[in-house]
Design a binder for this molecule. Sequence first.
Ligand SMILES: [Cu+2]
Length: 161
Amino acid sequence: MHIDPLERTWVVVVGLLTAMMLGVIFYTAWSGDIHPPSNVEVIDSTRLHLTEEFAEDNLGARTQPDGSVRVAMVATRYGFYPQHIEVPVDTPITFRFATPDSLHGLHIPGTNVDTMVIPGFVSEVNTVLQNTGTFPMYCNEYCGLGHHDMWSRVTITPKQG
Ligand SMILES: [Cu+2]
């Protein structure tokens, strides 16, 4: 089979470019310890308010019997509810987020709390927050006209006793 030398050259060039791009992706994922979220838990987004965990009265931070804290929040157009949470410093925290409408993101600057909140799934982030103070928690996935106004606050309090 005859392959034109120019065509052969471009096949090699495209192959090398593809290999280089995949190499960059795998290298940055490996060196930065970046991996896809491991929590795959489905939920009916249209009935969030009827679930026990994401009903309005049950949202917010709750201390568990083992001393860890569990936070349930709803991300919706255009806000995170509750709008303000308080969590203790140097304590294992499990954040759980769900949305009844569209794709949102959630980010607390200066921490590793950064996740997408996808309709139909529960997003879970486990962390230990290191610095006390009040920080913004904002949406980092464009979700509509009010996206720029979608944020809430997290206050990290000193440990008691
Ligand atoms: Cu948004």
